[in-house]
Ligand binder design. Structure first.
Ligand code: DLL
Length: 433
């Protein structure tokens, strides 16, 4: 399998750390000079960028959070004048003002190359026909993957999201070999294909590049079986660059994180202490090569762990585990922490469950109550009450045994949970008014 940028992707760690330190020092000096928010934060913490002489000094620097970006909305965190910014994107935040991010010409080039790295790692080459089914617009997903695929020299179809029947027609006619979208939209496409009687084996599709939302290993198997493809995961966030922070290689044992461009740390989200190698915690990222929108110790809220062991693909870059979800999506049900992706794993292991579910959390007096709504296949007879009751009890028991939480499971009709073309809405929290 090819490697897009072998010099950086396979660099010995000592050399990589030297480059990281040089780039970190340059970034810190730049943001201290040109971004008021950073200058104030560093000054308040008594930190002079010149004092940062090793990578371990990073742990003394203040964090940056989404609130900092909101307070400096829209352009306050930019480190270059607007005339040098050639692109503006915005994050898909659900609450409050969105956050605005900018790219210089060089940033766009950096971005394209980082995306080309994980697309190459997933097996995409200039012979591929890549259908981008992310929405084009302020969301970074479509443009990021578009540029990466073009850099590789693949033929790009900028379909955008939605219009699922047309997506399938284009796949048939244009002989799409690689599909780019959210994992939940891939399932929607698979279901539509089944409805239309299109056999995925009759298509040219080989690879799927999925990201932008958490998805379990069970969901991966489901997509692979139903679309007859190799499904790969890639991770990123607008505040850091968009897609192109990390992506899987052919061994699918975590996503290689592009450490020459970003320094990852794992912290305890409550105490904010940096955790020892291998621990599970919140991912914090510092950008090393961004011009317009550098980020220092950005708290992603994503929960993962980092694996520094050797990977057989030859890349020396650390691998981040599939994220369990965001710390702010974590449900606390009567004191037990649970991520939607963990429930997904339990549900998908049950043959009768369709990969469409929603978690509804509400309050009964002072007590949190969790309802798990699942769509079921026609194998479950809605008219046979006894069988249905037994099935519900089995699912509730399994959730309790594996996750330690009580949930009431409710079966809903096929197709009754709304489908999304972008990120799926898995949790409805009725406690938030
Ligand atoms: O979702 C960027 C992206 C686009 C990544 C396309 C991959 C592919 P935002 O809209 O800012 O940016 O959302 C970022 O999405 O903090 C994670 O919580 C979640 N996320 C992104 N990729 C993954 C993934 C884009 N592979 C937020 N697995 C992040 C789990 C993911 N969660």
């Amino acid at each position: 399998m090819q490697i897009w940028d072998p010099i950086y992707e396979c660099m010995p760690r000592e050399e990589l750390e030297q480059i990281q330190l040089e780039r970190l020092q340059a970034t810190l000096n730049r943001v201290h000079k040109s971004v008021t928010c950073y200058r104030k934060k560093f000054d308040q913490a008594g930190i002079d960028p010149e004092d940062v002489s090793s990578l371990s000094d990073l742990a003394n620097l203040p964090f940056t959070t989404k609130d900092d970006l909101r307070l400096n909305y829209p352009y306050g965190m930019f480190a270059v004048p607007l005339r040098e910014v050639v692109r503006i994107h915005s994050s898909s935040g659900t609450t409050g003002k969105p956050t605005v991010v900018g790219y210089t010409k060089k940033d766009i080039k950096t971005w394209s190359n980082l995306v080309a790295r994980f697309m190459t790692a997933a097996g995409v080459t200039h012979d591929d026909v890549v259908q981008i089914a992310f929405g084009y617009g302020l969301f970074t997903g479509a443009f990021g993957l578009h540029y990466g695929a073009e850099a590789i020299g693949a033929s790009v179809i900028p379909m955008s999201a939605g219009n699922t029947e047309k997506q399938i027609m284009i796949m048939q006619d244009y002989k799409t070999t690689a599909l780019v979208c959210t994992p939940s939209y891939a399932i929607t496409i698979a279901s539509k294909m089944e409805q239309m009687g299109v056999d995925p084996k009759s298509l040219s599709l080989k690879t799927g590049l999925f990201g932008a939302e958490p998805w379990s290993e069970a969901m991966r198997r489901e997509i692979e079986n139903r679309l007859c493809i190799n499904a790969t995961d890639n991770y990123g966030l607008s505040e850091i660059i968009g897609p192109g922070v990390a992506g899987e290689c052919e061994y699918k044992c975590g996503m290689h994180l592009f450490e020459d461009a970003f320094i990852p740390e794992i912290i305890d989200p409550d105490s904010c202490e940096v955790l020892p190698r291998g621990s599970m915690g919140e991912l914090v990222l510092t950008t090393l090569t961004k011009e317009a929108f550098p980020m220092i110790r950005y708290r992603t809220r994503d929960i993962t762990s980092l694996d520094y062991s050797k990977c057989d693909c030859g890349r020396t870059l650390v691998r981040m585990r599939k994220t369990m979800g965001r710390s702010d999506d974590m449900l606390i049900v009567r004191g037990v922490n649970v991520f939607p992706s963990q429930l997904e794993d339990v549900l998908f292991a049950i043959e009768e469950c369709e990969p469409h579910y929603q978690l509804v959390i509400d309050r009964d007096g002072t007590m949190d109550v969790l309802e798990v709504r699942i769509e079921v296949t026609e194998k479950i007879f809605f008219d046979e009450m006894k069988k249905q009751r037994a099935f519900l009890e089995m699912v509730e028991k399994r959730i309790h045994t594996l996750l330690g939480i009580s949930a009431s499971v409710k079966l809903v009709e096929p197709n009754s949970i709304p489908r999304h073309e972008g990120k799926a809405v898995r949790v409805i929290d009725k406690r938030i008014k």
